[in-house]
Ligand binder design. Structure first.
Ligand code: PLP
Length: 393
C-alpha cells in the first residue's frame, strides 16, 4: 500500500516498543523485570475510581463539550492558581486525552510547514515526531551532563533563526529527571520574549520532585512570560492515572479555541467518566500524591546507589520524575558491545531486565530505567545487571 509521506519519517515510540517486547517475553514464561515503563506502579486512588463509577451509574456516559466539562476546566484553573499562583479563565483551558494529545493538538494548531521548534536533548520521544506530523522541523540542541542536561542561554541564542516558532521545556525532565531553576528559566524566558518564541512548558512530572525542591513553572515568573507560554500537564503521573487519558493545556485563548476545534474533529471529547475521575482527583485529598512521591524518592535513593556501583555505569542523580538516565557506554564496551542498543537488547534477552536505549531520546550513550516499580524488583534488577556486566567483562 502506498502510505502517506509523513509516515515515512516517523519513528515508533521507543518506550512502547521495549515495553511490548518485555510483555511478550513475560507472556512466554520468562521472569522479566520491566524498567521501561513510563507509568507509576500504584493503582489509581480509590476515591477517584469511585467517582468515575458513580458518574457512570448516574448517566455520565455521553459526549461532553469537546474541551472538557466546565467543572473540570474550573478545577484546572483552581489548581493552577493554588499551585502556581496563575490566573486563567476556563476559556484558556482545554482538557485533552492525556497530555500527549494536548501536545499533539497544540503543534497542529501552532505550526506552519517549515516552522522550527527547539527541542532539548535528551528529550521525550514523542516531541520530535509530533512536530514532524504537524509539518514542523524539530531543531535539536544537545546538552551535556556537566550542565545537568540543561539548555544554556547562549546555546539557545545560537539556535534561534527567523523560523523559530516554539521551544519545549520539560521540567522535571523525562528522561533525565533534571529540573530548571528559576534563574535558568528566566534566562531562557528572556530570549524567548526577545524573539517572540512560544514556550511549551511540559509540566507533567511537576508533583514528583525530590530533595526538598519545589517545581517552578516558567509561566509564573512574569506576566509577559505567562502570555507566551502554553502549560501542558495531566493526571497520569501525579495521580497514577495513565490509562484514564486525561491531560490539559492552559494558554492563549485563541490558541486554545483552535486546539479545541481540532479536537472536535479528532477525539470529540476526553472520555466522559475519566473526566469525573479527574475532577475527584483535583477536588479530593492530595496526600495520595505526596504518599506516592515519598515512595518514589526512597526508591530513587536506593536504585541510584545500586546503579552507580555497576562497572561502567555513571549516573547524575535526578531531581524529579521517576527515571534514572545512566551513561552506559563504558559498560557496553566492557561487555564487548559496540553500541548501547546492543547492550540493552542483551540485557533483556540474557539478564531479563528491560531498559530503554537512549537513542530514542537523542542520547545514544545512555539508557533510561524507570523506578516506577517495586523496591524488590529494583534490587533484583540491579543485581541482574551487575552480574551480567561482571560476567561479560
Ligand atoms: N510529557 C512527558 C514528558 C511524558 O513523559 C509523558 C508520558 O510519558 C507525557 C507528556 C504524556 O502523558 P499522558 O499523555 O499520559 O498525559
Amino acid at each position: 500500500m502506498d502510505l502517506a509521506n509523513r509516515t515515512k519519517t516517523l519513528t515508533p515510540s521507543a518506550t512502547l516498543a521495549i515495553t511490548a517486547m518485555a510483555k511478550e517475553l513475560k507472556a512466554s514464561g520468562v521472569d522479566v523485570i520491566g524498567l521501561g515503563a513510563g507509568e507509576p506502579d500504584f493503582n489509581t486512588p480509590d476515591h477517584i475510581i469511585e467517582a468515575a463509577y458513580q458518574a457512570l451509574l448516574n448517566g455520565k456516559t455521553k459526549y461532553t463539550a469537546t474541551g472538557g466539562i466546565e467543572e473540570l476546566k474550573r478545577a484546572v484553573c483552581d489548581k493552577l492558581l493554588k499551585d502556581q499562583g496563575l490566573t486563567y479563565e476556563t476559556s484558556e483551558i482545554i482538557v485533552t486525552n492525556g497530555a500527549k494529545h494536548a501536545l499533539y493538538t497544540l503543534f497542529q494548531a501552532l505550526l506552519n510547514e517549515g516552522d522550527e521548534v527547539i527541542v532539548i536533548a535528551p528529550y521525550w520521544v514523542s516531541y520530535t515526531e509530533q512536530i514532524k506530523l504537524a509539518g514542523g522541523v524539530p531543531v535539536i540542541i544537545e546538552t551535556t551532563e556537566e550542565n545537568e542536561f540543561k539548555l544554556t542561554a547562549s546555546q539557545l541564542e545560537g539556535a534561534v533563526t527567523s523560523k523559530t516558532k516554539a521551544i519545549i521545556i520539560n521540567s522535571p525532565s523525562n528522561p533525565t529527571g533534571m529540573c530548571y531553576s528559576e534563574r535558568e528559566l528566566l534566562e531562557i524566558g528572556s530570549i524567548c520574549l526577545k524573539h517572540n518564541i512560544t514556550i511549551v512548558s511540559d509540566e507533567i512530572y511537576e508533583k514528583l520532585v525530590y530533595d526538598g525542591q519545589k517545581h517552578v513553572s516558567i509561566a509564573q515568573l512574569s506576566e509577559e512570560l505567562k502570555q507566551i507560554t502554553v502549560i501542558i500537564n495531566g493526571l497520569s503521573k501525579a495521580y497514577s492515572m495513565t490509562g484514564w487519558r486525561i491531560g490539559y493545556a492552559a494558554g492563549n485563548k485563541e490558541l486554545i479555541k483552535q486546539m479545541t476545534s481540532i479536537a472536535s474533529h479528532s477525539t470529540s471529547n476526553p472520555t466522559t467518566p475519566s473526566q469525573y475521575g479527574a475532577l475527584a482527583a483535583f477536588n479530593g485529598p492530595q496526600d495520595v500524591v505526596e504518599e506516592m512521591r515519598i515512595q518514589f524518592e526512597k526508591r530513587l535513593n536506593m536504585f541510584h546507589e545500586a546503579l552507580v556501583n555497576i562497572p561502567g555505569f555513571t549516573c547524575l542523580k535526578p531531581k524529579g520524575a521517576f527515571y534514572l538516565f545512566p551513561n552506559v557506554k563504558e559498560a557496553a564496551k566492557l561487555c564487548g558491545y559496540s553500541t548501547v542498543d546492543e547492550f540493552a537488547k542483551a540485557l533483556l534477552s540474557e539478564a531479563h531486565v528491560a531498559v530503554v536505549p537512549g537513542a530514542g531520546f537523542g542520547a545514544p550513550d545512555y539508557i533510561r530505567v524507570s523506578y516506577a516499580t517495586s523496591e524488590a524488583d529494583l534490587i533484583e534488577a540491579a543485581k541482574r545487571i551487575k552480574n551480567f556486566v561482571e560476567e561479560k567483562m
